[in-house]
Write a protein that binds this ligand. Sequence first.
Ligand code: SF4
Length: 248
Amino acid sequence: MTTDKRSQSAHAPLLPANEILRAKALTVYERLVALYGAREHIPRREPMHELISTILSHRTTGKNEGEAYRNMWARFGSWQAIRDAPLPALIETLSPATFPEVKAPYIQGVLTRIATERGESEPNIDFLRDWPTDQALDWLMSMPGVGIKTATLVLLFCFGRPVLPVDTHVHRISQRVGLIGAKVNPTAAHPIVLALLPPDPYLLYNFHIANLRHGQQVCIWGTPHCEKCPLTDICDWYQKNRAARSGS
Ligand code: SF4
């Protein structure tokens, strides 16, 4: 740390730790959105599609997730037929995704639960639009194969609720920057990172999208491209691993 920086921090107003982290989270948002641009918050697909595709997306590329979803629909043609399909046939159609033998029973379990509870001939989850966020979150997370990341993604993307999906990119960047501790796992990170940001669905959506792009292009798994990053001055990982080495 330079003398200048020492004297600045010595004279900075003393903020409670949470306020410092909130300010840092907002800076991450502002700088990454300035870099990648803000997106209009418009649902990209209908809620059932989002839910099932997100189950398929676990440890799978977007391309393979899309191929598995299209295969499934080309072969069976309706949610009812997917629900009632012989398991081996459904597993076969999902083979572009990873773990199709795990995801196929999850998908049939979700479709069966919705049909049992809601009774509609063609399953849908549009009713969640009218439910309080916590209730909708609990309901989604009671479904087979649906954890907090999938549930928050559906509620934020499709229903504009003020929640934040912490995917691998949001988690990695939040850890490196120092919004969460090194031992905080992705599930535990959800309420922590959410509490640092304003409860604004547009902001949360763009925080998620900008972190996703940054994690894919710059703050990648392995060695990050810090030389291209606008967060170096507020990043704990950079300050510890790079700034110290370069003497800055
Ligand atoms: S400075 Fe480096 S480690 Fe920190 S957020 Fe940017 S790319 Fe990631």
